[in-house]
Design a protein around this ligand. Structure first.
Ligand code: 26Q
Length: 817
């Protein structure tokens, strides 16, 4: 007997079809006959929103009237993915939708495809925010996601005929957005510039210009919780205050300049780029959304009160800072409390300290945000004063805690010297109650290295919360076949609310019949991806090859180079007659990756991979056994198709560089085996799924540190491993650039002379582990048994568990009564 607990609405398919007709007629003004698939999509989105409306309203009421502290997740990015299927799942309308759409004469896939994916994030950090708000709603915790409704999301990636990345604007709002509800009545004013003057013994900010932050609200439906939370994304609008003087002089174009400037603030998402920090517009964005969100929270929790008692603010809401991007919210809350509500400094400090917590997502020192004090002073003069005062208070406090003058100097929030700068991570660490890393190893390295001085003196602030992913989107929606098999194996679908239940599959890994069913699911998913790739990209992928995937942003530290060099070495061996192609396991290596537009070596790596694909895929000597595919414009939709079809997942960053990774969790949960280094959450995945079910290779953090300390020379590795030398020489000699030896020169030069992330040093170990992989793959039953054990032992990596950890260790709150 299978127990089914998934939400299911009581309305019938034909009733839902009537609702669609109604929406088509009264909202879009088209008949069913005139309607396109896109019309049906908008109708369905509107209909499902109506079904969620009552829960949304009661959730908001309960949040305001109840006394459960809410969570405000402040994030510059929310990478949500498509909404329709997720909303249908949580509203219990999936079957009704499928049947209704068919009964109206439309293809379900066409309707779902009509939704354009919002790309309001770069990668892991933005997707994590989306998983977290899903889990908060599913656990019934009162929460707001607060961010920016960028007009242009992450760029759309194309490749030109040379295989180079071309970035195209992502105008995702060019069609209707049926999910966002714009709420002009709840706008907030956000001021900028000007000066601070002394009035009656008080510091008074006289701003020079302002923008209007208009909230666009998105429903965040929980799974089986009856709760619908809110994602509030701010859009920048100008106040209609045009320059009359300019206008009178008939300088009409000039008159609208301030409007253009205002609306620029939410125009575009910055592509992740640690080298391009210090951009004024980015600071404007950060202040824009944090300022609006803080004022919004005060409005929500103290409705209609002129003189609210804000000493209770930390009991109403706790703000989680998703990396340093919203850290300017700290001086903003101080300013609001002191300047707008008249609290003294110490009271404001206590409130602020209790309200904020900070999550760090990096280990790369160059990725920690630092703003020039001059720029902050120009845009936010009052905030700069407050930051300086926080710094003074901090320095004084440190003198009481340590005699080490150098240490105190190192810890300055505002640096000394000619061009003072503000270290946002330090500000957040000092001003907030907790700091967390995103995997155990990462949190440890934060304490030992990145924020060492702070952890010495404020050890209690530091904690770890290992990342997680939502099983609703990344198992149930992405992999319905596996979901059905899990439900069959466990006799219940309750695992979608309690992912630890996957452990119940462990005994089934000894049941060969069950393992064969699991293998069949994988095969069907591979065929599914092959069809998807053909339909969408006109790419041929042969399901009778091993699917070996590497999907993530293109970064040197993630080491896509290692993967492509290993493949080139195999190719070179075949060409030189050192490797018998008939003995090679047929493989398709699938890449997906965007490079920051200004990241030269990353873009060149993309070009190289594309050209290796061109050469290898078309070489008759290879007999179709080695294939390279670069899926353009990697996004959530591609992930949802590719992850369930993958057999081998690559997590090969240099140890100590990847804070966590989250696709590694998605792959394990979908029954891929991982080849990986001891980095980020790989460490915890391996510990849970078992060392026998994980392909480990490469240097450890300690070995990497020792090698840096002793001086690293990549040429040594080039000279000593002939396969490696052969591969690099092949790139240098122009095999992948029509004979041109200059094309990849900068890349080759970097490998041989710098190789900061030690790709060459790990190359031999990486090759060795590939032979283990080939051997195991030859025994399909054993391979699939291990893959199934990955699924069974990865329940810990649900974002529900991450959120429970945050609730217990940091937020100290829970589900609404
Ligand atoms: C900074 C300054 C200027 C412009 C852009 C940025 C910027 C934007 C986005 C810097 C970083 C990001 C995104 C970082 C990110 O995605 N980090 C990843 O976070 C994941 C979730 O915790 C981890 O799993 C990954 O290990 C980490 O790389």
């Amino acid at each position: 007997m299978t127990e089914l607990t998934a939400p299911k609405s009581s309305i019938t398919s034909s009733e839902f079809a009537d609702e669609l007709r109604e929406q088509l007629k009264y909202t879009q003004g088209v008949t069913v006959e005139q309607a396109t698939a896109a019309d049906v999509y908008v109708a369905a989105a509107t209909a499902v929103r109506r079904h969620l409306m009552d829960s949304w309203m009661t959730t908001q009421q309960d949040m305001i009237n109840g006394n459960t502290k809410a969570v405000g997740y402040l994030s510059a990015e929310f990478l949500m993915g498509k909404q329709l299927r997720n909303a249908l799942l949580n509203a219990g309308l999936t079957e009704q939708f499928d049947e209704a759409v068919e009964s109206l004469g439309f293809d379900v896939q066409d309707v779902v495809d009509a939704e354009y994916e919002p790309g309001l994030g770069n990668g892991g950090l933005g997707r994590l925010a989306a998983c977290f708000i899903d889990s908060l709603a599913s656990l019934g915790v009162p929460a707001f996601g607060y961010g920016i409704q960028y007009k242009y999301g992450i760029f759309r990636q194309e490749f030109d005929e040379d295989g180079k990345q071309v970035e195209r604007p992502d105008y995702w709002l060019s069609n209707e957005d049926p999910w966002g509800h714009i709420d002009y009545g709840r706008s907030q004013r956000v001021n900028f510039g000007g000066e601070v003057v002394e009035e009656n013994g008080k510091r008074v900010w006289k701003p020079a210009w302002a923008v209007r932050a208009v909230p666009v609200d998105y429903m965040v439906p929980g799974y089986a919780s009856g709760r619908v939370n809110t994602l509030r994304l701010w859009q920048a609008k100008s106040y209609d205050e045009f320059d009359l003087l300019a206008f009178n002089k008939s300088e009409y174009m000039k008159a609208v300049e301030p409007q253009v400037k205002a609306e620029n603030i939410s125009k575009i998402l910055y592509p992740e780029d640690s080298t391009e920090v210090g951009k004024e517009l980015r600071l404007e964005q950060q202040y824009f959304f944090t300022c609006a969100s803080i004022h919004d929270a005060i409005r929500v929790f103290y409705p209609g009160q002129d003189k609210p008692d804000l000493t209770t603010f930390p009991d109403k809401i706790t703000f989680q800072l998703n990396d340093t991007h919203p850290v300017i919210g700290i001086p903003e809350l101080m300013r609001v409390l002191i300047d707008e509500y008249g609290y003294d400094w110490d009271t404001a400090w206590t409130i602020t300290n209790k309200t904020f917590n900070y999550t760090c997502h990096t280990l790369l020192p160059e990725a920690l945000e630092v703003w020039s004090a001059k720029l902050i002073g120009k845009l936010l003069p009052r905030h700069l004063e407050i930051i300086k005062k926080i710094n003074e208070q901090f320095m004084a406090e440190l003198t009481g805690l340590t005699d080490d003058a150098e240490k105190i100097e190192r810890m300055r929030i505002v640096t000394d010297g000619k061009e003072p700068a503000v270290r946002m991570a330090y500000l957040a660490t000092y001003a907030g109650s907790h700091v967390n890393g995103v995997a155990e190893l990462h949190s440890q390295l934060l304490k030992d290295v990145t924020l060492r001085d702070f952890s010495d003196l404020y050890d209690k602030k530091f904690t770890n919360v290992t990342n997680g992913v939502t099983p609703r989107r990344f198992i149930k929606l992405a992999n319905p076949r596996l979901s059905n098999l899990i439900t069959e194996g466990l006799g219940t679908d309750k695992w979608l609310e309690d992912l630890d239940m996957l452990e119940g599959l462990v005994p089934l890994a000894q049941d060969d019949e069950f393992v064969k069913k699991f293998a069949q699911v994988k095969m069907d998913n591979k065929i599914g991806f092959s069809n998807f790739a053909k339909r969408n990209f006109n790419i041929d992928v042969d399901p009778n090859t091993m699917y070996n995937t590497m999907i993530k942003r293109l970064h040197e530290y993630k080491r896509q180079s290692l993967k492509i060099l290993e493949l080139i070495a195999d190719y070179a061996d075949v060409k030189a007659g050192k490797l018998d192609i008939d003995k090679v396991t047929p493989r398709t290596v699938i890449f997906g990756a965007k490079a920051a537009p200004g990241y030269y070596l990353a873009k060149m790596t993309i070009q190289l991979i594309n050209n290796v694909a061109k050469v290898v895929n078309n070489d008759p000597d290879i007999k179709g056994k080695l294939n390279v595919v670069f899926v353009p414009n990697y996004n959530i939709r591609v992930a949802q198709h590719l992850i369930p079809a993958t057999e081998l997942d690559e997590q090969i960053s240099q140890a100590g560089k990847e804070a966590s990774g989250t696709s590694n969790m998605k792959f394990a949960l979908n029954g891929a085996l991982t080849v990986g280094t001891l980095d980020g959450a790989n460490v915890e995945i391996r510990a849970r799924v078992g060392a026998d079910n994980f392909f480990l290779f490469g240097m450890t953090v300690d070995e990497v540190e020792a090698m840096y300390a002793n001086g690293y020379d990549p040429r040594k590795y080039y000279e000593s491993d002939p396969r490696l030398k052969g591969a690099i020489d092949m790139v240098a000699s122009g095999v992948f650039s029509n004979g041109d030896e200059d094309t990849y020169e900068p890349l080759v030069h970097d490998w041989l002379n710098k190789d900061w992330f030690m790709t060459l040093a790990d190359f031999t170990a990486y090759h060795d582990v590939q032979s283990q992989i080939e051997t195991l793959y030859g025994d399909q039953l054993e391979w699939n048994r291990k893959a199934l054990l990955n699924v069974a032992n990865s329940g810990y990596f649900s974002s529900d568990r991450s959120i429970e950890d945050y609730l217990e260790r940091i937020w100290k709150t829970g589900p609404m009564a």
